[in-house]
Design a protein around this ligand. Structure first.
Ligand SMILES: [Zn+2]
Length: 191
Protein backbone atom coordinates (compact mmCIF):
# COMPACT_ATOMS: atom_id res chain seq x y z
CA UNK A 1 0.00 0.00 0.00
CA UNK A 2 1.45 3.33 -1.04
CA UNK A 3 1.94 5.73 1.85
CA UNK A 4 -0.18 8.64 0.71
CA UNK A 5 -0.27 12.14 2.11
CA UNK A 6 -3.58 12.93 3.78
CA UNK A 7 -4.86 16.40 4.46
CA UNK A 8 -6.79 16.88 7.69
CA UNK A 9 -9.22 19.67 8.45
CA UNK A 10 -11.17 20.67 11.55
CA UNK A 11 -14.14 23.05 11.48
CA UNK A 12 -13.33 23.98 7.88
CA UNK A 13 -9.67 24.83 8.58
CA UNK A 14 -6.78 22.72 7.32
CA UNK A 15 -4.78 21.51 10.32
CA UNK A 16 -2.02 19.54 8.60
CA UNK A 17 -0.87 16.93 6.13
CA UNK A 18 0.15 13.51 7.42
CA UNK A 19 1.35 10.24 6.00
CA UNK A 20 -1.42 7.64 5.97
CA UNK A 21 0.84 5.30 7.98
CA UNK A 22 1.08 7.90 10.78
CA UNK A 23 -2.60 8.80 10.84
CA UNK A 24 -3.84 5.90 13.00
CA UNK A 25 -1.26 6.79 15.63
CA UNK A 26 -2.35 10.44 15.58
CA UNK A 27 -5.98 9.31 15.94
CA UNK A 28 -5.05 7.16 18.94
CA UNK A 29 -3.22 10.12 20.48
CA UNK A 30 -6.40 12.16 19.87
CA UNK A 31 -4.40 14.68 17.82
CA UNK A 32 -6.79 13.86 14.99
CA UNK A 33 -10.44 13.41 16.05
CA UNK A 34 -13.14 11.14 14.52
CA UNK A 35 -15.14 14.32 13.80
CA UNK A 36 -12.27 15.81 11.72
CA UNK A 37 -12.35 15.54 7.94
CA UNK A 38 -9.73 14.15 5.62
CA UNK A 39 -8.90 14.28 1.97
CA UNK A 40 -6.33 12.62 -0.24
CA UNK A 41 -5.63 12.61 -3.92
CA UNK A 42 -8.31 10.86 -5.95
CA UNK A 43 -11.12 11.72 -3.50
CA UNK A 44 -13.94 13.89 -4.92
CA UNK A 45 -14.97 15.22 -1.50
CA UNK A 46 -13.84 15.30 2.13
CA UNK A 47 -14.48 12.27 4.27
CA UNK A 48 -15.03 11.87 8.00
CA UNK A 49 -12.11 10.50 10.02
CA UNK A 50 -14.58 8.10 11.72
CA UNK A 51 -15.16 6.58 8.26
CA UNK A 52 -11.41 6.40 7.71
CA UNK A 53 -11.08 4.50 11.04
CA UNK A 54 -13.86 2.09 10.04
CA UNK A 55 -12.22 1.49 6.66
CA UNK A 56 -8.81 0.85 8.26
CA UNK A 57 -10.37 -1.53 10.80
CA UNK A 58 -12.19 -3.43 8.07
CA UNK A 59 -9.00 -3.65 5.98
CA UNK A 60 -7.06 -4.90 9.01
CA UNK A 61 -9.81 -7.44 9.76
CA UNK A 62 -9.67 -8.72 6.19
CA UNK A 63 -5.87 -8.99 6.28
CA UNK A 64 -6.06 -10.88 9.56
CA UNK A 65 -8.83 -13.18 8.29
CA UNK A 66 -6.80 -13.96 5.17
CA UNK A 67 -3.70 -14.64 7.28
CA UNK A 68 -5.69 -16.85 9.67
CA UNK A 69 -7.17 -18.79 6.75
CA UNK A 70 -3.74 -19.26 5.21
CA UNK A 71 -2.27 -20.37 8.56
CA UNK A 72 -5.13 -22.84 9.03
CA UNK A 73 -4.66 -24.15 5.49
CA UNK A 74 -0.91 -24.62 6.04
CA UNK A 75 -1.53 -26.30 9.37
CA UNK A 76 -4.04 -28.70 7.84
CA UNK A 77 -1.70 -29.40 4.93
CA UNK A 78 1.15 -30.18 7.33
CA UNK A 79 -1.13 -32.39 9.43
CA UNK A 80 -2.33 -34.24 6.34
CA UNK A 81 1.23 -34.77 5.17
CA UNK A 82 2.25 -35.99 8.63
CA UNK A 83 -0.73 -38.34 8.69
CA UNK A 84 0.07 -39.73 5.24
CA UNK A 85 3.71 -40.15 6.20
CA UNK A 86 2.80 -41.96 9.39
CA UNK A 87 0.32 -44.21 7.56
CA UNK A 88 3.02 -45.11 5.04
CA UNK A 89 5.48 -45.86 7.84
CA UNK A 90 2.89 -47.92 9.70
CA UNK A 91 2.17 -49.89 6.52
CA UNK A 92 5.88 -50.67 6.09
CA UNK A 93 6.25 -51.72 9.72
CA UNK A 94 3.09 -53.80 9.55
CA UNK A 95 4.15 -55.52 6.32
CA UNK A 96 7.56 -56.27 7.81
CA UNK A 97 6.02 -57.67 11.00
CA UNK A 98 3.62 -59.80 8.96
CA UNK A 99 6.45 -61.08 6.79
CA UNK A 100 8.48 -61.98 9.88
CA UNK A 101 5.60 -63.72 11.57
CA UNK A 102 4.83 -65.67 8.42
CA UNK A 103 8.47 -66.61 7.96
CA UNK A 104 8.72 -67.74 11.57
CA UNK A 105 5.47 -69.47 12.26
CA UNK A 106 3.95 -72.82 11.61
CA UNK A 107 0.38 -73.30 10.59
CA UNK A 108 -1.65 -76.21 11.89
CA UNK A 109 -3.44 -77.94 9.03
CA UNK A 110 -5.96 -79.23 11.54
CA UNK A 111 -7.14 -76.22 13.56
CA UNK A 112 -5.45 -73.50 11.43
CA UNK A 113 -3.77 -71.96 14.46
CA UNK A 114 -0.39 -70.36 14.09
CA UNK A 115 2.49 -71.02 16.43
CA UNK A 116 6.16 -70.13 16.67
CA UNK A 117 7.19 -73.62 17.75
CA UNK A 118 5.38 -76.95 17.75
CA UNK A 119 5.11 -78.52 21.17
CA UNK A 120 8.15 -80.73 21.59
CA UNK A 121 7.36 -83.84 23.71
CA UNK A 122 11.07 -84.24 24.38
CA UNK A 123 10.73 -81.40 26.85
CA UNK A 124 8.56 -83.69 28.98
CA UNK A 125 11.49 -86.08 29.56
CA UNK A 126 12.92 -83.61 32.10
CA UNK A 127 9.56 -83.46 33.90
CA UNK A 128 9.54 -87.25 34.05
CA UNK A 129 12.99 -87.34 35.62
CA UNK A 130 11.93 -84.80 38.24
CA UNK A 131 8.83 -86.84 39.06
CA UNK A 132 10.90 -89.99 39.51
CA UNK A 133 13.22 -88.14 41.84
CA UNK A 134 10.38 -86.60 43.88
CA UNK A 135 8.58 -89.96 43.89
CA UNK A 136 11.62 -91.64 45.37
CA UNK A 137 11.64 -89.12 48.23
CA UNK A 138 8.19 -90.39 49.23
CA UNK A 139 9.97 -93.35 50.83
CA UNK A 140 10.63 -91.10 53.79
CA UNK A 141 6.90 -90.65 54.43
CA UNK A 142 5.62 -93.85 56.03
CA UNK A 143 2.40 -95.53 54.78
CA UNK A 144 0.94 -92.69 52.63
CA UNK A 145 4.27 -91.98 50.91
CA UNK A 146 4.84 -95.68 50.31
CA UNK A 147 1.34 -96.00 48.80
CA UNK A 148 1.80 -93.15 46.33
CA UNK A 149 5.46 -93.71 45.52
CA UNK A 150 4.99 -96.38 42.79
CA UNK A 151 2.39 -94.32 40.97
CA UNK A 152 4.48 -91.15 40.93
CA UNK A 153 7.57 -93.02 39.78
CA UNK A 154 5.61 -94.90 37.09
CA UNK A 155 4.15 -91.64 35.85
CA UNK A 156 7.66 -90.23 35.58
CA UNK A 157 8.79 -93.21 33.53
CA UNK A 158 5.68 -92.99 31.38
CA UNK A 159 6.47 -89.36 30.60
CA UNK A 160 10.02 -90.19 29.60
CA UNK A 161 8.85 -93.05 27.38
CA UNK A 162 6.06 -90.93 25.86
CA UNK A 163 8.50 -88.15 25.11
CA UNK A 164 10.38 -90.58 22.86
CA UNK A 165 7.28 -91.91 21.13
CA UNK A 166 5.18 -88.81 20.52
CA UNK A 167 6.02 -86.53 17.62
CA UNK A 168 6.12 -82.74 17.84
CA UNK A 169 2.60 -81.39 17.60
CA UNK A 170 0.38 -78.33 17.41
CA UNK A 171 0.10 -76.76 20.88
CA UNK A 172 -3.62 -76.11 20.38
CA UNK A 173 -5.05 -79.38 19.06
CA UNK A 174 -2.06 -81.74 19.42
CA UNK A 175 -2.19 -82.59 15.72
CA UNK A 176 1.15 -83.40 14.17
CA UNK A 177 -0.24 -82.29 10.83
CA UNK A 178 1.28 -78.82 10.61
CA UNK A 179 3.41 -77.11 8.04
CA UNK A 180 5.98 -74.41 8.00
CA UNK A 181 5.72 -71.54 5.61
CA UNK A 182 7.52 -72.20 2.37
CA UNK A 183 10.95 -70.74 1.89
CA UNK A 184 11.98 -71.16 5.51
CA UNK A 185 15.11 -73.20 5.89
CA UNK A 186 15.33 -73.05 9.67
CA UNK A 187 15.19 -76.37 11.44
CA UNK A 188 12.10 -77.08 13.50
CA UNK A 189 14.05 -77.44 16.73
CA UNK A 190 17.14 -75.51 17.57
CA UNK A 191 18.34 -78.13 20.09
ZN1 LIG B 1 -3.92 -77.53 15.62
Amino acid sequence: MADELITISRDGNETGKYLESDLMMLIEQKKVLPTDHYWKEGMTSWGLISQFIAMRKEAARQVKAAADAEAARLKKEAADQEKAKKAAQDAVVEAEAKRRVEALTFTCNCCQSRFIKPFNPESEAGDGAVEIFLGSLLIFIPIIGWLFMPFVILRGFAKIIASRIKTPHCPSCRSSNFSRREGSDKSVFSN
